[in-house]
Ligand binder design. Structure first.
Ligand code: ACO
Length: 365
């Protein structure tokens, strides 16, 4: 540091996660419940994706509601009050409103300081990973001391089961009509994968050199957004939403499942190798690899490519499905809670999702 021509050495600031919290939808929905309203089966969903159940929120519960519960849990674990926060980063692809983003909504719901800056970021399944790098950068720049990072998504509003919601959550025995069954089946490749969930972390400045974020590598390739995107309800259309788009189901995400799968099992291992190289460690030195939970076969494929044994690669997709921006913080929280993450471990986060956005981050606990 230069101060009137005198060079003094300063200890580098690290960012550390001091608290975590999670929240999931109120209703547990097993595969068999979905098999009642569309042409699918528990066997297909388990063997092709690893999902056994997912959680759905009640109508009226938004991503800020789940985010709020997760955030309050994270603050309590960190032993911090909301007054001690400097800023909020909210990652979601399913905000409560088209605008403003979830940041100000969460601020008001939690009663955070009125002038507190909030950042809203997207990046879908890579949203939490991008948020971690942003939080780390903002802290290491000296701008903020303590941030709340929330990743939350509610996917149920993407699923147009107008008359079948109660059947999925066990509140009704009414059978889907043949027309409803056929409509639900059209989007079965996507709907069975997703659940509603949120995770939050408090990230703080620390001068403990032994802990904290070591490196992150983030990437985007927008050359084929059609691999996973929402075709309608956007501002190149006039008006941005109309009856024709709704009738054509253009508000429902479309996905080239095999293409995204192929990208996931090649790009995530590549970014893990890159981030390890930039931190001067080998992938074999990773104690726990936390992979975005989109498909158990992707998780296993990434682990295999990196030569990491199953015990270093935890998964919870069987219980939650893909919760998009909620996935990585939920997995991190659970691994801390059950003791799989211990002090001094090298933890690697990696994700890939719509955009495509992907990357990896290394963290010493
Ligand atoms: N139940 C029963 N059958 C189904 C279902 C279902 N839910 N979904 C698809 N099928 C059928 C298909 O119609 C097809 O039938 P056909 O052979 O008669 O044509 C057959 O199963 C095989 O379909 P595939 O698409 O080849 O199945 P695949 O093994 O590739 O699995 C899946 C599909 C699960 C979607 C997989 O490709 C995948 O996980 N892709 C990656 C998803 C991902 O990572 N997304 C990114 C994150 S999401 C984000 O960023 C928001």
């Amino acid at each position: 540091m230069h101060d009137r021509g005198i060079v003094t050495s300063v200890k580098s600031v690290k960012s550390v996660i001091t608290g975590t919290g999670i929240a999931v939808g109120q209703n547990v929905v097993k595969n068999d419940a979905l098999a009642k309203i569309m042409d699918t089966s528990d066997e297909w969903i388990r063997t092709r994706s690893g999902v056994e159940q997912r959680h759905y929120v009640n109508p009226g519960t938004g991503s800020t509601d789940l985010g709020r519960i997760a955030a309050e849990g994270a603050l309590a674990k960190a032993g911090r009050t909301k007054e001690e926060l400097d800023a909020v980063i909210f990652a979601t692809m399913t905000p409560d409103h088209f605008f403003p983003g979830n940041g100000p909504v969460l601020q008001a719901k939690m009663g955070l300081r009125e002038s507190m800056p909030t950042f809203d970021i997207r990046q879908q399944c890579s949203g939490f990973l991008y948020g971690l790098d942003l939080a780390d950068s903002l802290i290491r720049s000296g701008k903020y001391q303590r941030l709340l990072l929330v990743g939350a998504d509610v996917h149920t509003p993407f699923m147009p089961w107008h008359n079948n919601w109660d059947a999925t959550i066990g509140r009704s025995d009414r059978e889907a009509t043949p027309e409803e069954y056929a409509e639900n089946t059209k989007i079965r490749d996507r709907t069975v994968l997703f659940g509603d969930g949120a995770g939050a972390v408090v990230v703080e400045a620390s001068d403990d050199d032994a802990r904290g974020f070591l490196a992150a590598k983030l990437y985007t390739n927008g050359s084929n957004i059609e691999a996973l995107y929402v075709p309608g309800v956007g501002f190149r259309r006039r008006p941005f939403v109309d009856r024709a788009q709704i009738d054509a189901s253009e508000y429902i995400p479309v996905m080239e499942g095999r293409e995204v799968f192929k990208q996931a099992v090649s790009k995530m291992p590549e970014s893990v190798r890159e981030v390890c190289a930039s931190a001067g460690v080998e992938p074999s030195q990773i104690d726990l690899l936390l992979i975005h939970q989109a498909n158990l076969r992707i998780v296993e494929g990434v682990a295999k490519q990196l030569g990491l044994p199953a015990e270093k690669v935890p998964h919870n997709i069987e219980r939650y499905g893909n919760t998009t921006a909620g996935t990585l913080p939920i997995l991190f929280h659970e691994c801390l809670a059950d003791g799989r993450i211990k002090p001094g471990m090298l933890v690697c986060f990696t994700a890939l999702g719509s955009g495509l956005h992907w990357g990896a981050a290394l963290y010493r606990t």
